[in-house]
Design a protein around this ligand. Structure first.
Ligand code: FAD
Length: 399
């Protein structure tokens, strides 16, 4: 995706563009699509920044959300009528007509971009200088380019049927995964994915299956999944590698907390295109877009360090009406939620931080808080981080 956005931007500027793709057709990381992804995105911003109208392939998920956490069930939408504005969107990935990949492919073809499929690049040194590398979460390129990674493992199912009201999202947290499970039905596909950033054995899947059967009355045919994400280090976002330019998730333009990758991958395409002709301007833009990567990465590590037993109690808050809770305690929750929003590259408002009217005074306070966090993160010496993480984890285990 990041590669196609870069191609579209370059073709519009009059460059001749050739895309080499290992797949036999469009559709992202090999073997795992079609799939349905959920992503925060500001569609207007995306249109004005990347200049591509993605709206025909994005579906608003504006009142959905059921959450299962450690055996308890929580509804997200408001009983009091106050809408929790999520700005989350459903996106289909893969080769079908209804996918975002097809929209980008059609746009690129219209502009004269050439595609060469079934062409696997083993070593980018084979490519001319200033070529853009956008191999996403496919494992091999991480080692070739020496990009630190975490391995994600899990299981998914994809069924060609509609279930429940389409567009409802169900999310599960629990002992079966240090990340989570989500499922959604969209465009006639029912898709579910359970994963974590460490090895996931079959026993964990069986444990989760029983839970799903108990709560949703469903059993599925699961397929194994493995990919890599560039979220290993505190300071690992990068736009260039040797003579080449990176684009897509490979740059680290990904949310370290929940691993939202779509928004960052799309924006990075625009930055990579700029880097071809004006590397300095592109680098300045890249820094702005990834400004909050570090704080978000630390947030993730803090979450990992909290023992499960405490995490469980945090979810208990959700038993209350979510909208009402945020309205009542907005002054306290908003700064934290806003920071989580900002961990998604280039994303401003509204994926978690709801559109509860805020006074000017409160806006000022949030802005001040953001500045303090950003400054603190930029001063943390990266070399000390691994030791600090080990200490945190030990504390987590001891607590
Ligand atoms: C199953 C799954 C579920 C996800 N769910 C979500 C979600 O719900 N929300 C969200 O925001 N993000 C989600 N993500 C993450 C998000 O999809 C990715 O971060 C994003 O799509 C990456 O985009 P990209 O442009 O970097 O790579 P991709 O769009 O994956 O494109 C990479 C391309 O590179 C090609 N390629 C790979 N290696 C080579 C090679 N050596 N030579 C030539 N070509 C090569 C591939 O064939 C592919 O076409 C999910 C990812 C997966 C895999």
């Amino acid at each position: 995706m990041g590669g196609m956005v870069a191609a579209i931007c370059l073709a519009r500027e009059g460059h001749e563009v050739l895309i080499l793709d290992a797949g036999s057709r469009i559709g992202g990381i090999r073997g795992y699509h079609p799939s349905i992804h959920v992503t925060p995105m500001d569609m207007e911003m995306m249109l004005s920044y990347a200049g591509i109208d993605l709206r025909p392939k994005l579906t608003a998920l504006d009142k959905f959300w059921r959450l299962g956490a450690w055996g308890d069930q929580y509804e997200f939408y408001s009983k009091t009528g106050m809408h929790l504005e999520t700005k989350l969107l459903g996106v289909e990935r893969g080769p079908r007509k209804t996918s975002l990949d097809t929209l980008l492919y059609d746009e690129a073809r219209k502009l004269g971009v050439k595609f060469q499929f079934s062409t696997y690049i083993e070593d980018p040194k084979e490519l001319p200088p200033r070529s853009i590398i956008a191999t996403g979460l496919c494992p091999e390129m991480y080692e070739t380019l020496d990009i630190p990674y975490e391995q994600v493992e899990g299981y998914y199912f994809v069924e060609k049927k509609k279930v429940r009201p389409e567009k409802d999202v169900i999310l599960y947290f629990g002992d079966f995964s240090s990340d989570y499970f989500y499922c959604i039905s969209l465009n006639g596909i029912y898709y579910g994915f359970v994963f974590q950033r460490e090895p996931m054995d079959y026993g964990k899947l069986l444990q989760f299956e029983d839970l799903l059967e108990e709560h949703e009355g469903e059993r599925h045919k699961w397929l194994p999944f493995m990919c890599r994400v560039p979220l290993k280090r505190f300071n690992q976002v990068r736009l260039f590698t040797g003579e080449h330019i990176l684009s897509g998730s490979l740059t680290g333009m990904m949310d370290p907390v929940l691993m939202f990758g779509i928004q960052g991958a799309l924006l990075s395409g625009r930055v990579a295109a700029r880097a071809v002709t004006d590397p300095e301007a592109a680098m300045a833009e890249f820094r702005v877009l990834t400004h909050f990567y570090r704080h978000s990465w630390l947030t993730r590590k803090l979450v990992e360090a909290v023992p499960t037993i405490y995490r469980k109690y945090v979810y208990r808050f959700l038993r209350y009406d979510m909208g009402e809770f945020l309205k009542r305690y907005g002054a306290y929750t908003r700064p934290m939620l806003r920071l989580m929003d900002k961990g998604i590259p280039g994303y401003e408002w509204g994926y978690l931080a709801p559109n509860i009217p805020a006074s000017e005074k409160e806006k000022d306070r949030v802005a001040r808080f953001e500045r303090v966090v950003a400054r603190a993160c930029s001063r943390i010496p990266a070399a000390r981080i691994p030791q600090a993480i080990r200490t945190l984890k030990t504390m987590g285990r001891l607590a």
